[in-house]
Design a protein around this ligand. Structure first.
Ligand code: DGI
Ligand code: FE
Ligand code: FE
Ligand code: FE
Length: 185
């Protein structure tokens, strides 16, 4: 699928600031894919569709998790997490993308997971560092992303865990597993 077609399909699903965020994630992911030698077109496609389900009503995301027998633990965690795994289902069913690595990048873009592929790491970090973001510690992660992708992913996972704990929020196990897996050995 060509980018123009992907953006066309996306624009029927999301618009406004969320669409603009997606364009910035795709541009950031493209640069990282070139730098780190990932498949550029597949990385960009994953980035374009990473938030495909972001504006879907929570009730519909919940139905998808049940209907497609996704990890039922998701339902005990914050609904903000649901657009990622439910989005992977919708991108497969509605857009027709079958590429498992692209689908996994969408599925795990919010939490991360242990054993992320290069393409998954790039989408994860592009979502975190795109120029429109403002998080504490972002400058450090942006600098790391320039040279040490794994360290950037490790730091951003740590920052997210710290942020969530600061909010007294629960942390989905995949996020901890991703953090532990990315710790420098
Ligand atoms: O969809 P985006 O806003 O572009 O970004 P995202 O999908 O990476 O993250 C959405 C939100 O999910 C973000 O505010 C942080 C939060 N989040 C990430 N991991 C966890 C989490 N929230 C909870 N409760 N638990 C997690 O493990
Ligand atoms: Fe997202
Ligand atoms: Fe993210
Ligand atoms: Fe996003």
């Amino acid at each position: 699928m060509k980018r123009e077609q992907a953006y066309q399909i996306l624009s029927e699903k999301i618009s406004g600031p969320r669409y603009d965020h997606t364009v910035r994630v795709a541009e950031t992911a493209e640069k990282l894919a070139v730098k780190y030698g990932a498949d550029v077109e597949r990385t960009v496609l994953a980035a374009i569709f990473h938030d495909y389900a972001k504006l879907q009503p929570i009730s519909e995301l919940k139905e998808l998790i049940i209907e497609y027998r996704l990890d039922s633990r998701l339902l005990d965690f914050h609904p903000e997490l649901w657009h990622a795994p439910a989005g992977a289902v919708l991108v497969q069913e509605e857009v027709g993308i079958k590429d498992e690595e692209i689908l996994n990048a969408i599925r795990y873009h919010t939490t991360g997971r242990a054993g992320m592929s290069l393409l998954e790491k790039i989408v994860y970090i592009a979502d975190y560092i795109e120029p429109g973001r403002k998080f504490p510690g972002l400058d450090e992660v942006r600098q790391l992303a320039d040279q040490q992708l794994d360290m950037a992913v490790f730091k951003s996972l740590g920052n997210t865990i710290k942020y969530l704990i600061g909010q007294s929020a629960t942390v989905y196990p995949d996020t901890f597993e991703a953090y532990n897996a990315m710790a420098p050995k």
